[in-house]
Design a protein around this ligand. Structure first.
Ligand SMILES: [Cu+2]
Length: 91
Protein backbone atom coordinates (compact mmCIF):
# COMPACT_ATOMS: atom_id res chain seq x y z
CA UNK A 1 0.00 0.00 0.00
CA UNK A 2 2.79 2.40 0.87
CA UNK A 3 4.48 1.61 -2.39
CA UNK A 4 1.20 2.19 -4.22
CA UNK A 5 0.78 5.63 -2.63
CA UNK A 6 4.40 6.53 -3.37
CA UNK A 7 3.91 5.45 -6.99
CA UNK A 8 0.75 7.53 -7.29
CA UNK A 9 2.46 10.60 -5.85
CA UNK A 10 5.34 10.14 -8.25
CA UNK A 11 2.93 9.72 -11.17
CA UNK A 12 1.09 12.90 -10.21
CA UNK A 13 4.38 14.77 -10.03
CA UNK A 14 5.53 13.47 -13.40
CA UNK A 15 2.29 13.91 -15.32
CA UNK A 16 0.76 17.04 -13.82
CA UNK A 17 2.58 19.94 -15.38
CA UNK A 18 1.72 23.46 -14.23
CA UNK A 19 1.12 25.74 -17.20
CA UNK A 20 1.26 29.53 -17.23
CA UNK A 21 0.37 32.34 -19.59
CA UNK A 22 -1.72 31.26 -22.56
CA UNK A 23 -2.71 27.67 -23.25
CA UNK A 24 -4.03 26.34 -26.52
CA UNK A 25 -5.89 23.05 -26.40
CA UNK A 26 -7.24 21.14 -29.37
CA UNK A 27 -10.57 19.48 -28.59
CA UNK A 28 -11.16 16.33 -30.60
CA UNK A 29 -14.53 15.97 -32.25
CA UNK A 30 -16.28 18.96 -30.68
CA UNK A 31 -19.32 19.62 -32.89
CA UNK A 32 -22.00 20.73 -30.45
CA UNK A 33 -22.59 24.40 -29.64
CA UNK A 34 -24.02 23.52 -26.23
CA UNK A 35 -20.88 21.63 -25.34
CA UNK A 36 -18.77 24.59 -26.44
CA UNK A 37 -20.84 26.81 -24.15
CA UNK A 38 -20.53 24.27 -21.35
CA UNK A 39 -16.77 24.20 -21.75
CA UNK A 40 -16.62 28.00 -21.66
CA UNK A 41 -18.59 28.01 -18.39
CA UNK A 42 -16.45 25.25 -16.86
CA UNK A 43 -13.23 27.09 -17.61
CA UNK A 44 -14.60 30.45 -16.42
CA UNK A 45 -15.29 28.80 -13.06
CA UNK A 46 -11.61 28.01 -12.55
CA UNK A 47 -10.05 30.77 -10.41
CA UNK A 48 -6.76 30.64 -12.37
CA UNK A 49 -8.46 31.48 -15.66
CA UNK A 50 -8.66 35.11 -16.71
CA UNK A 51 -10.14 34.59 -20.16
CA UNK A 52 -11.38 31.67 -22.23
CA UNK A 53 -12.18 31.40 -25.91
CA UNK A 54 -13.80 28.23 -27.19
CA UNK A 55 -13.94 27.81 -30.95
CA UNK A 56 -16.37 25.27 -32.31
CA UNK A 57 -15.12 25.79 -35.86
CA UNK A 58 -11.46 25.56 -34.92
CA UNK A 59 -12.14 22.85 -32.33
CA UNK A 60 -9.96 24.46 -29.71
CA UNK A 61 -10.01 26.06 -26.30
CA UNK A 62 -7.73 29.02 -25.78
CA UNK A 63 -7.06 29.98 -22.18
CA UNK A 64 -5.45 33.09 -20.78
CA UNK A 65 -4.33 32.44 -17.24
CA UNK A 66 -4.09 35.10 -14.58
CA UNK A 67 -0.72 36.69 -14.05
CA UNK A 68 1.46 34.74 -11.59
CA UNK A 69 -1.00 31.83 -11.60
CA UNK A 70 -0.61 28.38 -13.05
CA UNK A 71 -3.01 25.63 -13.98
CA UNK A 72 -2.06 21.98 -14.19
CA UNK A 73 -2.38 20.41 -17.61
CA UNK A 74 -4.18 17.44 -16.04
CA UNK A 75 -6.82 19.80 -14.62
CA UNK A 76 -7.37 21.31 -18.07
CA UNK A 77 -7.67 17.91 -19.72
CA UNK A 78 -10.01 16.65 -16.99
CA UNK A 79 -12.28 19.67 -17.48
CA UNK A 80 -12.52 18.84 -21.18
CA UNK A 81 -13.01 15.15 -20.40
CA UNK A 82 -15.90 16.02 -18.06
CA UNK A 83 -17.57 17.77 -21.00
CA UNK A 84 -17.25 14.54 -22.99
CA UNK A 85 -14.24 15.36 -25.14
CA UNK A 86 -10.59 14.61 -25.44
CA UNK A 87 -8.17 17.50 -25.32
CA UNK A 88 -4.66 17.75 -26.68
CA UNK A 89 -2.53 20.57 -25.34
CA UNK A 90 -0.58 22.48 -27.99
CA UNK A 91 -1.32 23.34 -31.61
CU1 LIG B 1 -23.18 18.98 -26.70
Amino acid sequence: MKLFIATMLLAATVFAKPLTGEVHVQVKGMVCAFCAQGLTKSFKKLPEVQDVNVSLEGKFVHLVLKKDQSLEDTKILDTIKDAGYEGVIGH
